[in-house]
Design a protein around this ligand. Sequence first.
Ligand code: FES
Length: 89
Amino acid sequence: MIVCVCNNVSEKKLRHAVASGLNTMADLRTHLEVGTCCGKCAGCARRILRECQTTNQIPHHANAMASVTPIIFQRPPITPAFQDDALAA
Ligand code: FES
């Protein structure tokens, strides 16, 4: 849903911005320009901001990334015995 028609800011974009650390209306105005034209979206943007802060909402992809454990592959050390076997083959 588009919240700010003047500046083409969607609800999703607002929620993502709040999850990324923008946590005041001033932040949202500065970075997304929400409410800087006609101002009719300010109430809705404020409601979404409060809702995000109270539910501590994180976007779906951020939740998905939080559960990913990095896998690090390491090459086993080459032992002298292994080198001998490899040369004999
Ligand atoms: S709708 Fe957001 S400034 Fe006009």
